[in-house]
Unconditional design. Structure first.
Length: 409
């Protein structure tokens, strides 16, 4: 059984100097039930995060929703401090939203585009983002410039720089695409955007939590991320970062009595910080849970998490290459914890279904999520296995043995 894999190393063994994997698994009850290689979908929640959510809900149950908010005001407010530490920004530059997509949308749709304005993006841009580009282009006459990849498979920095004109209004990239293991050169692009005085929006949905993210280093104006993936927070949580001076210049597409004050019968004022992108009503239990998840990740250390994830993913890629008929589809100079592959004769959907029967969680990627990239590479469906620091090397071996059984003639 997969749950026995965690017993192959004695309790107290510290596999990595910075990551006590046994402790991480002990604090992740799901590790006893499944081999979870679907962290790019939603990670297994650690006990401290689940407890924070449950305790807040219990407080609501016993005292009332408004009363719990008042009693736990300091705990709720701690989210902003933690999010600022996570991204290396100021607390007035972050907002809590219900998903990464909503965070991205709240920022993007608040920007103003005119006919001929150009939006620069890449081949691996996520579907929700690209649909927003298409809708905006249809409504405003803006133009989408898709930058090709370089010979390593990542967005071509040189081609991007040469594509910037006086009509370029926005550069928007996905840092780690949903498929392909790729880490796009976000900081290099940021330096170009800053020099050209072009707004820079980064979708960091798949990167925050598995690697250090520093908005000062990336030099982005806007960044969005989710809680449920590598941060290991609750579903239905996300973070929006917007640089302080830009916050003052951008009014959200809709406002409520949290985002603005109704100061006179015919006049309102918008609040001065990034919380203008929030709404009055939100899931406070999940907000507390996401704050705890950030604390938890920072306690392990993002550098240590990144080292562990990178090594596990590299091991998995190498082992996959030993399986007859398997092709690994990961690209880019820097690769992350997302590992993608397919088999020459067995469909990716079938592989995922059969692995699930063996208590192994993976997912599949199709053009539904990244149409340009997958069309360009001639891919219709691939298996996505995404590891995290709490995974064991023995789980990789179990995965490979199971995969061999699934794809054998």
């Amino acid at each position: 059984m997969p749950c026995e894999i965690m017993l192959n190393l004695p309790l107290g063994v510290d596999v990595y100097p910075q990551i006590d994997v046994v402790r991480a698994r002990r604090e992740t009850p799901g590790c006893t039930k499944v081999v979870h290689f679907n962290n790019a979908g939603a990670s297994l929640t650690p006990t401290p995060v689940s407890q924070a959510v449950h305790e807040y809900l219990r407080c609501e149950e016993l005292t009332g929703g408004y009363e719990a908010e008042s009693l736990r005001a300091e705990q709720i407010d701690r989210f902003y401090q933690n999010a600022a530490r996570l991204l290396n920004c100021q607390r007035d530059e972050v907002a809590f939203v219900e998903s990464a997509t909503r965070a991205w949308d709240m920022a993007f749709y608040s920007l103003q585009f005119a006919p001929g304005d150009r939006i620069i993006t890449g081949h691996s841009e996520y579907a929700s983002n690209y649909i927003a580009f298409l809708q905006t282009a249809r409504k405003t006459g803006a133009i989408i410039d898709v930058i090709p990849n370089d010979e390593r498979g990542q967005i071509s920095v040189e081609r991007l720089q040469s594509a910037i004109t006086e009509k370029t209004k926005l550069i928007a990239i996905t840092h780690v695409p949903t498929n392909g293991g790729l880490v796009n050169p976000a900081a290099e692009i940021g330096r170009i955007a800053k020099a050209a005085r072009v707004l820079y929006l980064v979708d960091a949905c798949q990167s925050v939590g598995q690697m250090p993210i520093d908005v000062e280093q990336i030099k982005c104006d806007i960044l969005s991320c989710t809680g449920r993936k590598f941060l290991r927070g609750p579903r239905g949580t996300g973070i929006l970062y917007m640089e302080r001076s830009l916050v003052q210049r951008v009014e959200p597409v809709f406002l409520d009595l949290h985002a603005a004050d109704w100061v006179e019968r015919d006049h309102y004022t918008v609040r001065s910080d990034a919380r203008r992108f929030e709404t009055w009503e939100c899931n406070y239990a999940n907000k507390v849970g996401l704050s705890q998840a950030i604390d938890y990740a920072l306690d392990w250390g993002l550098e240590s998490i990144w080292a562990r994830v990178s090594e596990l993913a590299s091991t998995l890629r190498n082992r996959l290459l030993e399986v007859p008929g398997i092709e690994v589809h990961d690209i880019g100079e820097t690769k992350c914890g997302i590992v993608t592959f397919s088999h020459s004769n067995v469909g990716s959907g079938h592989i995922a279904e059969e692995l699930s029967k063996l208590s192994i969680n993976v997912s599949t990627s199709t053009p539904f999520g990244t149409r340009i990239d997958m069309d360009e590479r001639g891919l219709s469906a691939i298996v996505r296995a995404s590891v995290h620091y709490y995974n064991f090397e023995d789980e990789i071996e179990y995965f490979i043995q199971s995969l061999q059984k699934v794809v054998q003639p």
